[in-house]
Write a protein that binds this ligand. Structure first.
Ligand SMILES: [Zn+2]
Length: 251
């Protein structure tokens, strides 16, 4: 743990409502609400089964993030049982939900937050069609305009990595750094998506499964027509910069 993280963790004691500065407490509460609510989107779009999958969100202005607890049913997820962690992936003791373990993917989320400061949200699922591409270790080719709009090109494959150390996080960061795509297919495992906030990362997870399904079905029926790079570039630029704010699902 960094000095800052240790100080942050020590400051949070059970029953102490003012463990953090008021503006940090307010930010934590907002992120708890948002992350708890966004888990419902994973269910709504059919991206998860049982207790699998997880969403996390960075707490703006603090070296903290909020993530789903481990092994809790989606129906029982609420702001009060989301888990507050330091950027080292350590649970902040004495905070709501801290008696329970965080998602088993917490180390990967933490690694992304430490190494990609622009990232405010991370999502992991085992959504069916994205995992099917990951099982083949095959990038999803950019053959439809929706992919060019949202991801700016193909969805890349990340290395095969086993849970338990930093290797998943490292694989995500190495694959997505400098890449337009907010989604990576970790080989033989499944997708991780990132975004400017948790909602943006959830949107990427939903859109990823949609394009993974479409391109899968398209290729089953015949060869794909790749989009020319110039068209991909124009579509991506228009969607991200002209058409509306990236991540705004209301447009
Ligand atoms: Zn997984």
């Amino acid at each position: 743990m960094s000095d800052e993280a240790q100080r942050t963790a020590r400051a949070a004691t059970p029953g102490s409502a003012a463990a953090f500065a008021p503006e940090v407490e307010a930010a934590i509460a907002r992120v708890r609400n948002e992350v708890a609510r966004l888990h419902g989107e994973l269910v709504r779009y059919g991206l998860v089964v049982w207790t699998g999958g997880n969403v996390s969100g960075r707490v703006p202005g603090a070296e903290l993030f909020v993530i789903k607890p481990s092994g809790v049913s989606y129906d029982a997820l609420a702001p009060g049982n989301m888990i507050l962690c330091t950027l080292d992936g350590e649970v902040v003791p004495g905070t709501p939900g801290s008696e329970r373990g965080p998602s088993s993917d917490t180390a990967a989320h933490a690694y992304v937050y430490r190494n990609m400061p622009e990232v405010g949200g991370v999502v992991h699922t085992h959504s069916t069609f994205a995992v099917a591409w990951a099982a083949r270790g095959e990038a999803i080719p950019c053959a439809i305009t929706a992919m060019a709009d949202e991801f700016g090109g193909p969805i890349p494959v990340g290395p095969f990595a086993i849970i338990g150390d930093d290797s998943i996080g490292r694989g995500i960061v190495e694959t997505l750094t400098g890449h337009r795509s907010r989604a990576v297919l970790m080989q033989n495992h499944g997708p991780f998506t990132i975004g400017k906030d948790a909602k943006d990362a959830v949107k990427a997870a939903v859109m990823l499964e949609d394009v993974a399904r479409t391109v899968h079905h398209a290729r089953e029926a015949g060869p794909l027509i790749p989009l020319p790079q110039e068209s991909i570039d124009r579509l991506y630029d228009r969607y991200q910069n002209v058409y509306g704010q990236a991540g705004d699902v209301s447009r």
